[in-house]
Write a protein that binds this ligand. Sequence first.
Ligand code: AHR
Length: 341
Amino acid sequence: MFKWKISYKVFVTAFVMLFVGMMFSSCGMFDKEVAEAIETESENLIVVGYSQLGSESVWRTANTNSIQTALSKENGFFLQFNNARQKQENQIKAIRSFISQRVDYIAFSPVTEDGWTTVLEEAKKAGIPVILVDRSISATDSSLYTTRVGTDSYWEGSQAGKWLEEDLKKKHQEEEEINIVVLQGTPGASVQLGRTMGFAEIAEKHSNWHILEQRNADFTTAKGKEVMEHFLRLYEDIDVLVSQNDDMTFGAIEALRESGREIGKDDDIRIISFDAGHDALMMVRDGIIDVDVECNPEQGETLAEVIRMLERGEKVEKEYIVEDKVFTKENVEKYLDGRTY
Ligand code: AHR
């Protein structure tokens, strides 16, 4: 019996070792095959590994399209595209795989600001330039990335605050008590932090502006609706909704409608949104959203141009800010037609 136990253990251990060994050798083969296939297919092309953070919003889809269109084979690029489905660990895994494939450039849109130092040090050690797209990171060592292409979310937040100041003045309400609720995007994301801070700094100047609550709604319509329902249950008198992207705004509008609140009337809740996608701009035209601060998703062309500059050995700036606009009922009409997202 004892003997059988030992030989049973030995048998199981040997089997596990054999299985693990087979797994490793087949992964190795797989990696090698993938690397070889990429090498043949990407001959004479610039190989870019891109980690997109997810597909949470209409904006993100437009941003992905812009990147895939600009970094096409016809334009001289071989794009390895990876969707991290909102998980930083997936982004880190993708970046490590780009490093082991020895791509020419790594680009990524960081889901949150923190937690990139180790993997970016690995990319630096491998001599692969890293380009941040859309969002930024909080690295103290700026040599960990070459450049960033994106928008200025602090500016976006302060534009929202400035619009509110102006609108209250225009309607002679600047002395009234103003109750504000804020739907925030992904916690720790640079856009969430920037927009929050930009708006808060203007709000602080007005002792009659009261931010009742700021709550995470993850940049999605479903969460936007859920959190707005929570606000409506808790606060009777909401004058302003600041929603950090259009998708959350759509959800919040649904919640407002279902609660019986009239929207789109002069004396009702003011709605401030961000992104300025086509459907949201239609709502600006119809007076449902009062102001929409753009976050321009068309960043692919600038990314491609920056890579071309690096290829030519030219010096690049540390940051390329893509231009944003502010849309209200007064100016929106002329931008609706050509809107691609
Ligand atoms: O990082 C850009 C933001 O992320 C956009 O405002 C939002 O819609 C997206 O999900």
